[in-house]
Design a protein around this ligand. Structure first.
Ligand code: NI
Length: 186
């Protein structure tokens, strides 16, 4: 297991369309080692999710985990979940704007519109089909991570860049800004 360096905004891997994980790769030592490293890296960076392109591997997989730490004390908890080849659908049109950050855009936060509910399908680490109904914070994280696989960052989803700022300044001057909470998504 290793903690990997997270690619930062400007690295082309963050803008590439990632390749599907092939059936042959599932269960392989190489893929399982990558997944282990992604989990270690997410936890070390205190993220709530990380997608493979963020560790410079252009494949369609991500991990999500929201733990009851102080930092994310207000967010809905979500158990460690590995998703290969995810697809998302949205059962309602309802959206909300919430603060997001990204391990690949360190220190920044902005208000991003996201669907409040999402249905996530894909495969787990062993290739078993997953089907999850998500709501609230985990639904936001799943949308954020799936976007990474399509070369999309939360900044692209913002409808008003005026809310974009560095966390320290936002916490000082914006009443609604995260403090020190949430969503350093992934
Ligand atoms: Ni991210």
């Amino acid at each position: 297991m290793a903690i990997l360096r997270v690619a930062q905004l400007g690295h082309p891997v963050l803008r590439a369309e990632a390749e599907p994980v092939s059936p042959e790769e599932i269960g392989s030592g190489e893929l399982n080692s990558l997944i282990g490293d992604m989990i270690d890296t997410m936890r070390d960076y205190a993220g709530v999710g990380i997608a493979a392109p963020q560790v410079r591997v252009s494949k369609r997989l991500f991990v999500i985990e929201v733990r009851g730490t102080d930092r994310y004390g207000n967010a809905e908890l979500f158990p460690l979940t590995v998703v290969l080849n995810p697809t998302l659908t949205f059962p309602t049109d309802e959206q909300s704007h919430d603060w997001e950050g990204c391990l690949s855009a360190e220190g920044l936060r902005g208000l991003v519109p996201r669907y409040t509910r999402a249905h996530l399908e894909g495969l787990d680490q062993d290739g078993v089909a997953l089907s999850l109904d998500l709501e609230g914070f985990p639904a936001i994280v799943a949308q954020h991570e799936t976007d990474h696989l399509d070369g999309r960052l939360y900044l692209d989803r913002m409808t008003d860049l005026k809310s974009l700022g560095f966390l320290d300044e936002l916490a000082r001057y914006h009443r609604s800004a995260p403090r020190p909470d949430p969503a350093e998504a992934g």
